[in-house]
Design a protein around this ligand. Structure first.
Ligand SMILES: Cc1ncc(COP(=O)(O)O)c(C=O)c1O
Length: 282
């Protein structure tokens, strides 16, 4: 196990113990980011830092440090841990204080913790895809904030795992929103559709990059809502998230998507996404 973590301002051994009255631990009162690392280099770090700043603003949390400083500390953590392939997990909670629901006193400082985890590239998943299950989206109405409150996501993902699926695709009534830990795109007649970046979804960094890649590749993409029926009758479906990047979905519940194979648009985007970090290496 990689043994160093960032704890507030310092890189320390991982045996550091969590305070039991940390508000992240007791209330889920905090925010987080997961950043992919490829060949020792964090990908799309600035975009993750911008989203962290936005999440902090939305929950009225004062980040203890400028994100430029945090970025350097995370890069140092990757180095001291010798991480080549994997992720950085970063969380900032509203700090340690006596357990009362309201915000703690103004002198309570937010607590920053980050660690790295080795994870191989999911090339098999990207190339060959997997299946998904459908489940009702029971989350709150601010899914745009990347907060620590993930219990509905945990329950949804567990349903997927129990059904040998790689993801649980969420729907509010008839509208597909996203998945338990990824965004969802469908392709119909060569056009892509994905839920708009409003309060019902997390605006994934991978999602945003895909929109940009679509633009560069001349692929038409609509940020519009679509229904469960549209999903089941799509030519192609894929999910997107940090480190998974893009994974084709070949079946949803009992319905085969398209011809049951990864589609051409999905494959084109998988190649384009890979070239982002392969180009970096070159
Ligand atoms: C609910 C949800 N949607 C979407 C995503 C994808 O976001 P990103 O591409 O920034 O990893 C995640 C990532 O964990 C997520 O938890």
């Amino acid at each position: 196990m990689v043994n160093n973590i960032l704890y507030n301002d310092q890189i320390v051994k991982r045996d550091h113990v969590v305070e039991i009255e940390d508000r992240g631990y007791q209330f889920g009162d905090g925010i987080y980011e997961v950043i992919g690392v490829y060949d020792g280099e964090p990908l799309l770090m600035d975009e993750h830092m911008r989203r962290l700043e936005r999440s902090a603003r939305e929950i009225r949390l004062d980040l203890p440090a400028e994100t430029d400083k945090l970025k350097k500390q995370l890069q140092e953590l990757v180095q001291v841990n010798g991480l080549e392939e994997g992720i950085i997990y970063l969380q900032v909670s509203r700090g340690v204080a006596p357990r009362l629901h309201e915000f703690p006193s103004a002198n309570t400082k937010a607590v920053t913790v980050a660690y790295t985890r080795e994870e191989p590239r999911e090339t098999d998943l990207e190339d060959n895809g997997g299946t998904a299950v459908l489940t009702e989206d029971i989350r709150w109405l601010r899914c745009d904030i990347k907060t620590l409150n993930l219990l509905p996501n945990v329950l949804a993902k567990q349903k997927a795992v129990e059904n040998n699926a790689i993801e649980a695709i969420l729907h509010r009534g008839d509208t597909v929103t996203e998945a338990s830990a990824s965004n969802v795109f469908i392709v119909k007649d060569g056009k892509l559709y994905t839920h708009p970046a409003d309060n019902y979804i997390l605006n994934g960094i991978t999602r945003q990059k895909i929109l940009q890649l679509c633009d560069e590749l001349g692929l038409k993409v609509y940020e519009e809502t679509y229904t469960v029926d549209d999903l089941l009758n799509a030519d192609e479906v894929f999910i997107s998230a940090t480190k998974t990047d893009i994974a084709p979905i070949l079946k949803v519940d009992d319905k085969t998507i398209g011809n049951g194979m990864p589609g051409d648009v999905t494959k084109q985007l998988v190649r384009a996404f890979r070239s982002l970090y392969e180009k970096k290496k070159a």
